[in-house]
Write a protein that binds this ligand. Structure first.
Ligand SMILES: Cc1cc2nc3c(=O)[nH]c(=O)nc-3n(C[C@H](O)[C@H](O)[C@H](O)COP(=O)(O)OP(=O)(O)OC[C@H]3O[C@@H](n4cnc5c(N)ncnc54)[C@H](O)[C@@H]3O)c2cc1C
Length: 393
């Protein structure tokens, strides 16, 4: 077993660290407060090729995989960007480039990938619905065959980046759940160009990550040609898993990065701050929970790299799913703990916006709820890894 990174991977990590230094926590504080997109950061990651890591060189990308994507995201998040080091990359590269690379036709690849790699085309994914959050099988957005295409109607909720995106991976049903021979049948993925008069996008005020908007997306009588189908009609479930597992992994790496960033901030502060005679960092009441969280983060990081390695080698979806869900569950528990104890270590300053920890607290809390809730990640482990009976229908 070899844990060393290649020279190319080390260089990518170094570039990510340099970019992160140019976009420190103060930059994100301002973007968050103003609710502004980080345009300068987007340009820097485009320039570095980070939006094309998984895109083959033939389409202008770097031609690497999930391992390199994970590495870059962790470095950006850990070295000052927090969740922003993952967010924009995930929306365009995981929701857009990855499924198009794996399942797109040559025409779809030519249409989207070169612009994505250059940072000229932002993407989003519309999966969640008011009546289908955790339970994707209940998707109600329906695509009905009409002429040589499909007429689509439905409402999606919390769709991040839909206000800016030029493309959207839209998850629909083409066979209703009660008519499907099995629940995985009847899901169809579409690539939809935005903006479109048949697609209304309404941003939802939210708790954190305000340098990107998450939106209600109302689709009314949208017609798309057959060429907008990604993969096969009715058979989109397994291709969708190949979006959702990488999504879990980039959020795992973001959690590890945010957790380590919070710990680094707490360590620096606690070695300076004296309340009684010694620095507060010498108190084990603060040291031990931070050390436990740190060990947990490093464990999740290793597991996540294993999942990325499995994904890059085209392992069975159950093996990837098991590893990705375990990594995500462990990363989130420990990152939440890390940020919680970082806030405690900074005392009242942990609550002040200019010290950033409270922003990371808002960011890390999202990962308990999305992309998959902690409960559903644990359900997966209970059922598919440990073989316990399914607790719900
Ligand atoms: C800021 C933000 C950005 C987002 N961005 C996107 C995006 O870009 N695209 C997109 O498609 N979606 C996006 N989402 C949606 C996100 O993926 C969902 O919110 C998430 O999957 C949970 O779905 P839900 O909110 O409907 O919760 P629900 O499914 O209603 O779940 C509610 C609670 O019940 C629990 N629960 C449900 N079933 C079980 C069970 N069987 N066992 C135990 N507990 C259970 C859940 O764990 C959860 O705690 C975003 C959400 C947020 C908040």
């Amino acid at each position: 077993m070899d844990f060393t990174f290649t020279e190319e991977q080390r260089l990518m990590a170094e570039t990510a660290r340099k970019i992160a230094k140019d976009f420190p926590p103060d930059y994100w504080y301002e973007k968050e407060e103003k609710g502004e997109f980080g345009t300068e950061f987007w340009e820097a990651i485009s320039e570095a090729g980070f939006l094309g890591i998984v895109i083959p060189e033939k389409y202008g990308g770097v031609g690497l995989g999930m391992t390199e994507l994970s590495l870059v995201i962790e470095e950006l998040c850990e070295n000052g960007c927090g969740m922003a080091g993952n967010w924009y990359i995930c929306l365009t590269e995981v929701f857009g480039a990855m499924p198009i690379v794996r399942y797109g036709t040559e025409e779809q690849k030519q249409k989207y990938l070169p612009d994505m790699a250059k940072g000229k085309l932002e993407f989003c994914m519309a999966l969640t619905e008011p009546n289908a959050g955790t339970n994707t099988f209940r998707t109600e957005t329906f695509a009905k065959r009409e002429g040589n295409g499909f007429r689509i109607n439905g409402t999606k909720i919390f769709i991040s980046g839909a206000d800016r995106a030029k493309g959207m991976l839209l998850i629909t049903r083409t066979t209703k759940l009660d008519e499907a021979p099995k629940k995985t049948h009847g899901i169809t993925l579409f690539l939809v160009d935005l903006p479109n008069p048949a697609v209304k996008v309404n941003p939802i005020p939210k708790h954190g990550i305000n340098y990107s908007k998450s939106c209600e997306v109302v689709i009314e009588d949208l017609w798309v040609p057959e060429s907008a189908v990604l993969a096969e009609v009715d058979k989109g479930w397994y291709p969708l898993l190949n979006v959702l597992d990488p999504e879990r992994l980039v959020f795992t790496m973001a959690s590890v990065g945010i957790g380590k960033l919070a710990i680094k901030t707490a360590v620096e502060y606690s070695t300076q701050r004296k309340v009684f005679e010694d620095p507060v960092g010498s108190y084990q009441a603060l040291q031990h929970p931070l050390a436990e969280a740190y060990a947990g983060l490093v464990s999740a990081e290793l597991l996540s790299y294993k999942a990325a390695w499995l994904f890059d080698r085209g392992a069975h979806y159950r093996e990837i799913g098991a590893t990705a869900n375990m990594a995500k569950a462990v990363a989130v528990e420990n990152a939440t703990k890390a940020v919680y104890w970082a806030m405690q270590t900074l005392g009242g300053y942990g609550y002040a916006k200019e010290y950033h920890v409270e922003r990371w607290w808002r960011e890390i809390n999202l990962v308990r709820l999305a992309p998959v809730t902690q409960q559903m990640a644990l359900n997966y482990i209970g059922e598919h890894v440990m073989g316990m009976p399914r607790s719900y229908k």
